[in-house]
Design a protein around this ligand. Structure first.
Ligand code: COA
Ligand code: ZN
Length: 311
């Protein structure tokens, strides 16, 4: 099945949700065992075939920093003919931005951490240096006619610094919105948010960015609160969500970080709430099952174990 490509720059309707699967990047990047190129390509294909319109298919960063993503160029090469899906790439510097565009990335995704300590650990830059780097990346993308999505990591707390005030998130968000990025994804990198935090941070960022940028949530389920936080996001008007097929995930630079919210569990929730996603849930569960067997590991997906309600 194919669906039409998502328009990242357009507003998402109130009764729809735009889901971005980050499994092939956020999900796989911290797995130590070698994963074959074929398995990575199959994963992107299967997710896209289920109707997910946006897939973060890899990253163009230092292979020393993230060895698992060293073959991202080949993943993009082998998935170039896929219809109906935006293949998105994580980059953290200008060199990565050019490499991702050359490989055919449809969206450049980048990351700025509100926590100084995490920023240094992840990209060896201060938060301000990372913001300055975004200026360059957004410019390179704009010249290529490609949208930019920035993950604001540690928006709900940091493993190294603890609580992060909503005002600090709002300040960094305002600087990024002023650069003209397309989308900001408020990231709960360590799964520390509670639903009331989601409301507080979304409202603070909305106020500081004056609705100049599309907002989304990037949730991790480290403490079992991701679906509750997603509902809080929906209630706060968020219609863009990152998730990872099977619930894969974890950042190698954030101690104790575990999986992203599971895409099929999130889609099941959205459908139960009467929202449309364009995704075929059964096909997505099949994709998760294939990934589970390719990795030889049990994934935290609820849908894989119990299936959709009233199936
Ligand atoms: N693609 C490939 N290699 C790159 C690169 C890119 N975009 N940018 C830098 N490199 C290489 C350099 O060539 C250098 O290689 P060498 O040691 O063989 O000479 C090495 O990476 C280090 O580069 P340097 O410019 O000295 O940067 P650094 O050591 O300060 O590292 C980053 C900074 C940003 C390159 C590195 O920390 C990084 O790639 N981080 C990515 C983190 C990430 O993906 N996190 C995922 C969660 S958001
Ligand atoms: Zn993440």
């Amino acid at each position: 099945m194919t669906n039409s490509r998502a328009d990242v720059t357009a507003e998402v309707g109130d009764d729809a949700v735009l889901v971005r699967d980050v499994g092939p990047r956020d999900g796989l990047q911290s797995i130590g065992a070698e994963i074959s190129l074929d398995a990575k390509v199959a994963m992107v294909r299967d997710i896209a075939a289920a109707g997910v319109a946006r897939v973060e298919a890899g990253s163009f960063v230092s292979p020393k920093a993230v060895p698992q993503m060293a073959d991202s160029g080949e993943v993009f090469g082998a998935t170039a003919s896929l219809d109906g899906v935006l293949r998105e790439a994580l980059v953290v510097n200008e060199r990565g931005a050019h490499a991702a565009l050359a490989a055919g990335a449809d969206v450049l995704v980048s990351v700025v951490s509100v926590s100084e300590t995490f920023s240094q650990r992840n990209v060896r830059m201060s938060t301000q240096e990372a913001i300055d780097e975004m200026d360059t990346i957004v410019g390179v993308a704009r010249e290529a006619g490609v949208p930019t999505s920035i993950n604001l990591s540690a928006s709900f707390g940091c493993a190294l610094e603890g609580a992060v005030p909503a005002g600090a998130v709002a300040d960094v968000a305002a600087k990024l919105a002023a650069l003209g990025c397309t989308e900001l994804l408020l990231a709960d990198t360590i799964g520390a948010a509670a639903p009331s935090d989601v409301h507080a941070v979304v409202e603070a960022v909305r106020a500081s960015t004056n609705d100049a940028v599309h907002l989304g949530l990037h949730l991790h389920d480290t403490r079992g609160l991701a679906l509750a936080n997603a509902v809080a996001g929906l209630n706060a008007g968020i219609r863009r969500f990152d998730a990872s097929v099977g619930g894969l995930g974890g950042c190698p630079f954030s101690p104790g970080a575990t999986g992203n919210v599971c895409t099929e569990d999130l889609v099941h929730l959205f459908h139960a709430e009467g929202l449309t996603t364009g995704i075929e849930l059964d096909a997505l569960i099949d994709a998760a099952r294939s990934i589970e067997s390719a990795l030889g590991a049990t994934l935290p997906s609820r849908m894989l174990r119990s299936g959709p309600r009233f199936a």
